[in-house]
Write a protein that binds this ligand. Sequence first.
Ligand code: PHE
Length: 333
Amino acid sequence: MIEQIRAARDAALASLASAASSDDVRTVELEVLGRKGTLTDLKAGLGRLPTVEAKKAAGQALNDATAEVSAALAARLGEFRRAEREVQLHAERLDLTEVLRAPRRGHAHVVTQAWQRLEDVFVGLGFQVAEGPEVETDWYNFEALNMPAAHPARSMHDTFYVDHGPPGSTVLRTHTSPVQIRVMQTMPPPIYMVMPGRVFRNETADATHLAVFHQIEGLVIDRGITLADLAGTIEAFTKAFFGPGFGSRLRPSYFPFTEPSAEFDIQTPSGSWMELGGCGMVHPNVLRAGGIDPEEYSGFAFGFGIDRMAKERHAINDVREMYANDIRFVEQF
Ligand code: PHE
């Protein structure tokens, strides 16, 4: 019996030594210690031994063999578990290196860039920046700018009306000029201010017009300001913004809120002229509406389209493309 026990033990230890996986180890366990296992069978035979001493000796040998085999089983199983865990971890490894690559960064829209550059250039010339509301009263948008109710110039501003207050009393501002009045009302001269912002006109969009666009307004009020200061400021701005090879000129024009009024053009180094905006000496009625005495102070104002500037600067054919939000278009600028 004891010979059989040792043989079974040695066979079990040999199978364990040559096991190739944790499954193999479990198979050996079943074959030796399972319900029909070799050592289990021998244990069942203990009762048939003739003497107490023989039973005792065989029982002891059986316990020793079982303990030895169990220890070997646990050791081999531990080895395979670690190895198999390694394999599994490797197989389930997620490749996160893509996340480590810097994500593509966005940038300011081409019109925002033009807006910011314009502010920078005017701040460099000594101006401050102010903004006003997009929803305005008829008084600020027209009346205070020397355009009373029946004024023909009003028909040039295709106005969006807002359903608020008495009919016709509230508008989406058609230009940034109402901010001139608000600035005059909030600070005493000297005023050297630019006022960028969004404006609205009820017209059908085409390659050169949008119903929603942007302007930048300029306002200077001080003692002894003349048309020469206006022309000089436009010239200094042109050279600072476009480059030293550029020039400017004023052409007589008409706006109700300036007198005299002019359009201003800029000349490219190749000699061609480009119309940019309107300007003039602030009308005495406008100074008075802003609470400023026209006998004491004079000033000039100008206004032009920011979207137009971006369009000309980058030779964009159609202003509508700037707001179509096609990433292939906007990422070019
Ligand atoms: N507000 C005028 C426009 O929108 C531009 C302008 C501003 C003209 C200031 C003169 C002075 O066309």
